[in-house]
Design a protein around this ligand. Structure first.
Ligand SMILES: [Zn+2]
Length: 95
């Protein structure tokens, strides 16, 4: 998830914002959630201006590779790395 986090930091920075991770693999999620495998991150969005949020969402979806799902939830931005290869011991899920 390092790659995604770097890009999130860059994109938020463009708008003068600092992204805050609210959840990695430490809170409540669906039983099958990728959070439990260290492959999903949540960023808080309450301090992101409403007119900027859709733009950030769009840029991240463009810039991150297709294996990343970028989902705008009610109260957070959820990003997960959803590649079949990651199930076979990829080093990417150690972050
Ligand atoms: Zn999440």
């Amino acid at each position: 998830m390092v790659l995604a986090d770097t890009e999130v930091n860059r994109v938020f920075g463009v708008f003068g914002l600092t992204p805050m991770i609210t959840s990695a693999n430490d809170s409540k999620h669906r039983v099958d959630s990728l959070h439990y495998r260290g492959r999903a991150l949540d960023y808080r969005i309450f301090d992101v201006p409403a007119d900027v949020l859709p733009t950030i969402h769009r840029i991240l979806r463009w810039n991150l590779s297709p294996e990343f799902d970028v989902i705008l939830e009610d109260d957070h931005l959820h990003i997960e790395y959803d590649s079949p290869e990651a199930d076979h011991g990829s080093s990417m899920d150690t972050a």
